[in-house]
Design a protein around this ligand. Structure first.
Ligand SMILES: Cc1cc2nc3c(=O)[nH]c(=O)nc-3n(C[C@H](O)[C@H](O)[C@H](O)COP(=O)(O)OP(=O)(O)OC[C@H]3O[C@@H](n4cnc5c(N)ncnc54)[C@H](O)[C@@H]3O)c2cc1C
Length: 402
């Protein structure tokens, strides 16, 4: 006879492990399962924007991350060719970003969930949900070569990424879908020093970036429109190399460095899924996905984890009905992420900045406050809707006219 859990979390990375940790810290019985074992990598670069770093600090985990030797990133540079915007991605308590290898970050998060009292089952594959009277109430799964196991819970939380078996099993409604816009590839380089900076290069039809990570390595990511995926896929290395020539100084630095890994790549569609229903909840990429160009997935997973755990704690402690608490979770998520989703979809086209944005970039030269605002809007520290509002753009442009 298996124990009944308050929650079963499927997926133990950026969304699942913190959700489990926060629920377990409130004294709830949580089982977390993942088909992966930890430490392990996943296909993703890993800039943790300042808002995500602040979440790690709130959870008491930032010192642990810093102790792993991950260098902080205090400056972002957006190089548009003729114009450059450089600024700080945050301020005050949320001043810096980190670019932590997922092998290290995800293991740290899983350990924190276990420390909080969550039961972690690695190398466990979920095959299906248990649904009774239209309500999810458990999972069926197995370890490699093992027999089928059933576990029951009041709530099943899908933190199982964009191919979420939880979302599929419950038939979660999907809306605001966008097709893949970019084909993105990355690899790790030694001998490419980039201390404290996230360098981003934007050229018509191409975008690439570099950031410092663990072990003295630099991750270099870049890509082209999805329409070119088929034509370019047989020679990713050559196409990547030619792309770098669009920023000759950067290309020279990369050519003087050593590539330590093969290229990994991904093509992401965009979508929102309704993140709750009878007996189930979605967090992270399982509930909301967008292109990686704005590097928001980890922050979004952390935010979902915190808001979902708060809502479920209210439910488990009898303070609120499930439907009420989760409807708020859903509304808050969509309200918060929509401006960044729209910006991400626009940037991922790799179209040249429209004339009003080109005027804005020109007007921001020599205006450090505006450049910090631009960087923070792209990092998600402030809302892109606020920074790119007609009033704010008008105020910046008016300085140009003075
Ligand atoms: C190329 C690329 C670059 C990116 N760069 C950045 C970046 O710089 N910054 C950033 O913030 N975000 C970035 N992202 C996005 C980021 O990787 C994701 O948003 C983030 O990993 C989402 O976390 P998650 O926990 O929701 O899902 P995932 O990290 O996908 O974890 C899901 C987990 O669920 C497990 N799982 C799935 N199905 C099952 C099953 N049936 N049974 C058991 N376990 C299961 C998987 O094993 C996995 O461990 C990038 C993504 C890509 C593809």
């Amino acid at each position: 006879m298996s124990t009944r859990h308050d929650a079963i979390v499927v997926g133990a990375r950026c969304a699942g492990a913190p959700t489990a940790m926060l629920l377990a810290r409130e004294g709830h019985r949580v089982l977390v399962v993942d088909r992966a074992t930890f430490p392990s990598d996943t296909v993703s670069t890993h800039v943790i924007q300042p808002i995500g770093v602040a979440a790690l600090a709130r959870w008491g985990l930032l010192d642990r991350l810093a102790e792993t030797g991950c260098p902080p990133v205090h400056t972002y540079t957006y190089d548009f060719g003729p114009l450059k915007i450089e600024g700080r991605p945050g301020s005050g308590d949320t001043a810096v970003a980190y670019c932590a290898r997922r092998t290290i970050l995800d293991e740290l998060l899983v350990a924190a969930a276990a420390e909080a009292g969550a039961e972690i089952r690695e190398a466990f594959i979920v095959d299906d949900l248990v649904v009774e009277d239209g309500r999810a109430c458990g999972i069926k799964g197995h370890t490699k070569g093992g027999r089928s196991v059933t576990e029951h819970a009041d709530v099943v939380i899908g933190a199982d990424g964009w191919h979420s078996i939880v979302a599929e099993a419950v038939g979660a409604d999907t809306y605001r879908q966008t097709p893949p816009l970019l084909a993105a590839y990355y690899s790790y380089w030694s001998g490419l020093p980039i201390e404290g900076r996230f360098e981003i290069y934007i050229r018509p039809g191409r975008g690439f970036a570099a950031a410092p990570t663990h072990d003295g390595l630099t991750v270099v990511i870049g890509g082209w429109p999805h329409a070119e995926f088929e034509a370019n896929k047989s020679d990713v290395e050559g196409n990547f190399d030619r792309m770098l020539d669009l920023a000759p100084e950067f290309a020279e630095r990369v050519r003087g460095a050593e590539r330590e890994t093969r290229f990994a790549g991904a093509i992401l569609p965009g979508y929102f899924r309704k993140p709750y229903g009878p007996g189930w909840v979605l967090v992270g990429d399982a509930g909301y996905l967008k292109d990686s160009i704005t590097a928001q997935g980890i922050v979004d997973a952390f935010r979902d984890a915190e808001r979902c755990a708060t809502a479920l704690h209210e439910v488990f402690s009898g303070a609120r009905a499930f439907e009420d608490a989760m409807a708020d979770y859903h509304r808050d998520r969509d309200r918060h992420v929509l401006p960044m989703y729209e910006l991400t979809c626009q940037l991922a086209t790799l179209a040249p900045p429209p004339p009003d944005i080109q005027r804005l970039l020109t007007a921001m030269q020599g205006d450090q406050a505006a450049q910090d605002g631009f960087v923070q809007a792209n990092a998600g520290t402030i809302s892109p809707a606020a920074f790119f509002s007609p009033d704010n753009i008008g105020a910046i442009l008016s300085k140009l006219r003075q």
